[in-house]
Ligand binder design. Sequence first.
Ligand code: FAD
Length: 483
Amino acid sequence: MANSEETPRKTKKPAAPRVDMPTQPPQERITNFMEVALGYTQEQAMAEAARCLQCKKPACVKGCPVEVPIKDFIGFLQKGDVPGAYEAIKSTNSLPAVCGRVCPQEVQCEGACILGKKGEPVAIGRLERYTADTYMAQTACDHMVGVTKVCAPIHEDIKVACIGSGPSSLTCAGYLSSHGIKVTVFEALHELGGVLVYGIPEFRLPKDIVHQEVDALREQEVDFFTNWIGGKTFGISELFEAGYKAVFLGVGAGLPKFLNLPGENLIGVFSANEYLTRVNLGRAYKFPETDTPTYAGKNVAVFGGGNVAMDSARTAKRLGAENVFIVYRRTKGEMPARVEELDHAIEEGVELQILSSPIEFKGDDQGVLTSVALQRMELGEPDASGRRRPIPIEGDYFELACDMAIIAVGTGPNPILLEATPELEKTPRGYVQVDEETGETSMSNVFAGGDIVTGAATVISAMGAGRRAAQEIARRLLGEENA
Ligand code: FAD
């Protein structure tokens, strides 16, 4: 019998197939940095929205770390009401155009969708993207002339500082400013958006989308300062002395990890962090329009199996590499990258060199990388992560010729602010220790969230943390009834 709580209407008709999202053809897109996924047309969005069963107790909402009212927003879309849908999403998610593009929906909202049990889940992420893009396009004029929805009036004397401008801080700033609190964001780099701008490439998340979200915060009177490094240009205690009532730390986990192997300092070996930052933030992808080129390999080996590895490999393809290999210790099924990103990488000609682990980088007499020695692996029993443990096969080595290697095996906490603030308690892994409910650190009225607390995670989990901390800050500064 059907579950009457989840399925409001009995139907024998099988659900219509999920509507595909148009993409640039692979051969065309590897020659440019324009967005790969092109978004739904109105007709496609309506057809996909119509697949939603409007469950009485929607499981999808529980699958979303910020509990977007998914049933409500799709309900609005079913009636053709895009502004209503946008408002519903925005009630808990301050960056819908970003999340619609980069959230791992398959393990979150869509992973919980009832339709996914027997067929394909509703394409919630694509509908979120459609809603955000359509709403922004329809209201572009209003934004340009400043006709935006008025939030609570800003109290200039109730000030909060956010350090870092990634999704955790932007969400915190958005929540607080919409409750009338004056927010200032201090960012170390010269551009705002954190990983959304310096890490995730243009072909997945156009920078305009992030800039639009930042501009919306400016309209809410959030002030932004770039090139301000917490722990160098200013300290946390100075912010309190300057009248800030609370501080949110959203400084991320951008310190690259290396493999610590012989030859890792050869010319041509990069951390993914440096490579992507040069291409994205440094705009090397626009060379020669910009005069900031980057190293471009012909045979590129990328180490890792997550989104960062996929972004690096696909970027290398677009910059002209002939052969790009993802070298991974386990198999394709264990790769932590979003399924869509992995599929897109393979469509673009990226090759998987699975069950292989690097042991040494080799170079010529000029110190330039020429190859990497790899050891073959097999899978053993599952480890603490639940994935099967890779085990080296004794004596089974081979060499992969490459003139560029990109290491994408994870990151650690950004250290500058933490080193300058010894009062901040840290976890055994070196991240900031917080109260799970409120996000407060060991320093009173200093909150933290996002990757600096969890280690490298996701945009939506960083946003969830920014929102939780903002709710607590608002409660303290404005009282329970106004938070
Ligand atoms: P960040 O986005 O890291 O922002 C931190 C900001 O703080 C940075 O701008 C930094 O310059 C600034 N900062 C650091 N120290 C200081 C200081 N002392 N003073 C002032 N400012 C400082 N997640 C997904 O959900 N989907 C994806 O597809 C996805 N793809 C990714 C691809 C790449 C290449 C990378 C690197 C990450 C990806 N992620 C993805 C992860 C996601 O981007 C992060 O989890 C998220 O951005 C973390 O947000 P945050 O606010 O904690 O920090």
